[in-house]
Structure formats: C-alpha cells, structure tokens
Design a protein around this ligand. Structure first.
Ligand code: NDP
Length: 395
C-alpha cells in the first residue's frame, strides 16, 4: 500500500455548505489530509466551533472588526490556532509553502483574490467559487497554467466532465459537452407563474442542499449560465461545443460526446462530497462517505430542453459569453446585487433577470486584458444595479 505524506488543506468558506462537505471528507482521511487553514466571512461562532473540531494552524475571518472575538475565542478554548483577519491575510496563507491544497469555496466575487493567489502560487486548487472564473476566467487559467497549478473543478457538472475527460483540456476529439441542470424548484412553471414566488420557495432546492445564493441562482437558471462560462474557461471550449439539458433527477452530472459517437457521462447521488473527494484524491479514488448509485431504486432518467422564455438568465449568460470581454463580469456582478436584494425581500423574482439585462445593455462589453479592467466593470455593474433597484422595490 502506498504511503502518503499528509497534505495541508486550506478551506476557504469553511462555514458554508461546500466547506462543511470538504471538512467531512478531510476528516475521513486523517492520515492523508489536515485542515490547516479555515476561513470565513463574518460568522465567528461557527468558525470557532470548526476550529475546536479540526484544530487548524490558522483561522481567518474576513471582517477585520471581528478579529478580537476570534483571537479571544481561540484562546478561551485553549486552542493553538492563530487568529487572522482580512482578505490580505488569506492571500498570504494560501501562498505559503506549507499549504498544499486550497478549497476555494467563498461565495461570490469576494473569492476572486484568494482563488487567484492560489492559482498563481501553483497549488492544487479545488475550485467551487465559480464566480471568480466567470469574472476573470482567462486570467485565472493563464495564471494557473503558468504556475503549474492543478485546478480540479468542484461544481458537480464540471467535476463530471473532468472525470470523463480525465483532464482539464477538451481535445479536438470532443464534439460536445452537455451540462445537465436539475431545473430548480420552479421547473415547468411559466414566466407569469414566477412573478409571485417567494424567497423560501426559491431556496428550497429539490435535489441539492446548498447556500442561499447558489440556490436562488439554480431557481433562475443563472447558475447554469455561470456554469457555461465556467466550462468555457476550464475546458477551452466555445459556445459551438457547449449545451444544456434539464435532467430533474440530478443523477447524471454531465456528459461528454466524442467524434466517434461515444458519449461518456458521470453518474452519482447528488452529494458534493463526491466531487470534493475526487479533487482531494485525484488521480486516486478515496472514500467520500457517499454511497453508490442503485439504479433499480432510481430507474428513471428524464431529459428536456431548458425553457429560455421562462428563465431568461440562461439566455443572458449565453449572450454574455458570446460578447466576451467584460460582459461576464457585468453579468455576474449585476446578478450578485439582484440576488442579494431578492434574498432580503426587497425585489421580486422576475426583477433578477430584468436587472441583469439592464446592466448588460447599459455597460457594453469592452476587451478585458487586465484584472483592473475587470474589477472596474464589476464595480460599475454593482453601482448601476444598486441604483436600478429603486425601480424594482417590492411594495
Ligand atoms: P454558502 O453561502 O453556504 O457559504 C459561503 C461561504 O463563504 C461561508 O463560509 C461564508 O462565511 C464565506 N464568505 C462569504 N463572504 C465572504 C467574504 N467576503 N470573505 C470571506 N468569506 C466569505 O455557499 P456555498 O457553500 O453554497 O457556495 C460556495 C461557493 O461554491 C459558491 O461560489 C457556489 O457557487 C459554489 N458551489 C456550491 C455548491 C453547493 O452545493 N453548495 C455546488 C457548486 C458550486 P460566513 O459563514 O462567515 O458568512
């Protein structure tokens, strides 16, 4: 049996849904992996509880005002874990030679800097933070390739494609990549029926347990749109070789079609621990805690075309991908602002695509050859969408 040196893993977004799944898989393999850095946004109590269980070397809270609470909480618990605050501390810890693997699971564009830092430092990068790829995919992939970083996609669809290709490069023999989509909680509803849906209905995903932002993205199908752009960057494929199929059972996680007529797919129960185990162990397979798929208990696999009229976010993402340059950054930023307002009960569900469409129309794509240009587009789209919210506020 092979002997493995223990690898130190930084879990960014440790208090979230992906963070919990990553820590679950890591804890199953104490001889191979250690959670050495745990990072969160503002939830100090949850971070302290995780530190008591996993005893990392470092804990980071993004909100600098919470530093003293983290430091005192660690000391009161008698833990040797060092406290840090702010995003710069995170960037410093992920590039440290003692950090071998980075799980990028911060939600939203807030995850960009640390994800890019890990790519630039040549780490194994388990990439769940899709927004950073949508915002700055070309720069991220170029940085990772230049530094020899191993990006392993964690999104279940991209992880499935990665497993089918056994690499991150779709060669010329790949004729089509098909992303599957559950269709979310509102599959089958007309646009008119979507006008009155609530926050609670939107975040009650039928198949996956996820954080609130991605749950709303799944309900609007923006999640699939972000994933198209993510696939474009990860696998080097254009729009002509990408497609989406709605598959409500969420058992086939994506498909790759080859020029000889073969189609490979990856199947499994909907549980993110499978993707995370692939990311940690690859090219080996390690236990994830997820059981096998018994097709006799799940005998039906249905597929249908997405309804672009009821769910225009998917169409907007196709268009942003085709426009290129700053368009995906604008799409992502406007969506983050709109989803946050929806989650706060300030706007209705249909205002999300309307606000994204307005931002894309008002801020036409320009070439994006630097991070500064992309961050400026992101900031401008946030400002504009915050301003445009006024015209959509719920009574
Ligand atoms: P959650 O909302 O459950 O968790 C988000 C995490 O990010 C929390 O740990 C949160 O910390 C942290 N965070 C938020 N803002 C900041 C910030 N400014 N700085 C540092 N940390 C911050 O999200 P998910 O786990 O669902 O999703 C995480 C990412 O993974 C997203 O990009 C999502 O699209 C992607 N993804 C998720 C899937 C899933 O099944 N959940 C599937 C595929 C992809 P705190 O708790 O302190 O706020």
């Amino acid at each position: 049996m092979a002997v493995h040196a223990s690898r130190n893993v930084a879990v960014l977004g440790a208090t979230g849904s992906i963070g919990a799944s990553a820590l679950d898989v890591i804890a199953r393999h104490p001889e191979r992996y250690r959670a050495s850095v745990l990072a969160a946004g503002g939830n100090v109590d949850a971070l302290l509880a995780l530190c008591a269980t996993h005893r990392p070397d470092h804990a980071v809270i993004a909100d600098e005002a919470l530093y003293a609470r983290l430091r005192d909480g660690l000391s009161d618990a008698g833990l040797a874990t060092r406290a840090h605050a702010g995003m710069a501390a995170l960037d410093m810890l992920v590039v440290d030679p003692d950090c071998h693997v980075v799980v990028a699971a911060i939600v939203g564009a807030a995850g960009l800097a640390s994800t890019l830092a890990a790519a630039t430092a040549g780490k194994r990068l388990l990439l769940a933070n899709k927004e950073s790829l949508v915002l700055a995919g070309e720069l991220m992939i170029a940085a990772a390739d230049a530094a020899g970083a191993e990006i392993i996609p964690i999104d279940s669809e991209h992880n499935a494609i990665f497993q089918c290709l056994r690499s991150r490069q779709a060669q010329a023999q790949v004729s089509r990549i098909v992303l599957t989509a559950s269709g979310g909680p509102f599959r089958g509803r007309s646009r008119a029926e979507l006008a009155q849906v609530t926050r609670e209905q939107a975040i009650a995903h039928p198949k996956w347990v996820m954080g609130p932002k991605i749950s709303v993205d799944s309900a609007t199908l923006m999640n699939k749109g972000l994933e198209l752009i993510e696939a474009h960057h990860l696998f080097g494929v254009g729009r002509d070789r990408l497609d989406v199929l709605v598959h409500p059972q969420s058992l086939v996680h994506s498909l790759v079609e080859f020029v000889d007529g073969s189609t490979l797919a990856q199947l499994g129960l909907p549980d993110m621990r499978t993707s995370l185990a692939v990311g940690l162990g690859w090219p080996e397979r390690i236990d994830s805690g997820v059981g096998g798929l018994d097709l006799l208990k799940h005998p039906r696999l249905d597929f249908e075309a997405p309804d672009l009229a009821a769910f225009p976010c998917l169409q907007l993402a196709w268009e942003a991908m085709a426009a290129g340059g700053t368009a995906p950054a604008v799409l992502n930023a406007a969506n983050e602002v709109a989803v946050s307002a929806f989650l706060q009960g300030r706007i209705g569900f249909l205002s999300i695509p309307a606000l994204v469409e307005d931002a894309l129309a008002a801020l036409p794509a320009v070439p994006a050859d630097s991070l500064e240009v992309l961050l400026a587009a992101d900031a401008e789209a946030r400002r504009l969408t915050e301003h445009n919210l006024a015209g959509h506020l719920s009574a």
